[in-house]
Design a protein around this ligand. Sequence first.
Ligand SMILES: *Cc1c(COP(=O)(O)O)cnc(C)c1O
Length: 391
Amino acid sequence: MENIPVSEIINELGEDREKYFNAVAPPIFQTSNFAFESVSDFRKALKDEASAFLYSRGNNPSLAILQKKLAALSHAEACLVLNSGAGAIFVSVLANVKSGDHIISVENPYSWAKKMFDNVLPRFGITTTYVDGRDVTEFKKSIRPNTTLIYLESPNSWTFYLQDLKAVADLAKQHHIVTICDNSYCTPLYQKPIDLGIDITLQSATKYINGHSDVVAGVLCGTKAMMGKIFISEYMNLGIGTTPFNAWLMVRGLRTLQVRMERVSQNAAKVVEFLKTRNEVESVSFPMDKDFPQKELVQKQMTGGGGLLSFVLKTKDFNQIESFCNGLNHILMAVSWGGHESLIIPAISSISPDEFHPENPEHRRLRLYIGLEDPDYLTEDLKTGLSKMSY
Ligand SMILES: *Cc1c(COP(=O)(O)O)cnc(C)c1O
């Protein structure tokens, strides 16, 4: 793929400004359908709905601008933008399996990927084997004659475990197995799975791509042939493409992707340093940290980290974790991440007090997303929360 500077991708690529009065921001093409001057033009569009503007369940100019930018950022030939990240996972997997196939997935993938593997696909005779994924030989050992797909998420958005993307891609190629990697954590700015040989890279665009906590969307990137195959079948059948307005919002979000990523990365590093100084904190997990166990692999395949981290509180008391969270004044308790605002999810939000085992550090883990606020504002808020634990 041609190497286009990131600034050019973000500010220019895909935009035909002279077609819309040289407006700097593109218009929102809020239309369901497009009209033709001649039968031959009409026929041409019907033949190739992926590249023509015919009907907005398929292609739309607002979407096309965004798709060109996202494909170029990922070093991919083509891109599809869907109305959720979960939808992107679903259609990319569905397009590459048939009844009787076997999938190898990394353990604890994004929750809705796991629900698809565990609940939906078995109804069609498709089985999934989960592997820890930190050691490539685990993938090798799990390959069966009917394995057609390997599903990766690196780093994982909860455990932050990495898989060696190039090694897994090389192994998969030898066995004609399709590889998919969830790249939501890094975005194409900080990791390019396609360059490492992965077939399909996907992201929840709800997170950093849009970046303003006001759109739910997903991205798929890969070869023209792969994206074309998904488009003409699962994408069009489900009617799962994003809307012109959401595409327009994501183009606007992308304008600041680089600066947002830089800021959340700097903020996260400062918060990690702060957490490590505190007695109430048992451990901190963050891929860009100098003590991170898979540090070498991080350096090999990632160029940055972003704002997502987790930490374990040192306590035997369920209520102390609750007091910490309830005591925060600015960091919001909510799912999702990648927006302007810092967010926290305690593991105890999905377990009841009688299920709590204080000796299990996973029960005392909290996932923290560091946003764009002033770092001191955030550390002050964490201090306030910690003070509410009252030892
Ligand atoms: C949020 C998320 C998804 C799902 O994306 P939605 O846009 O919420 O559907 C997939 N993978 C990861 C790692 C995520 O964090």
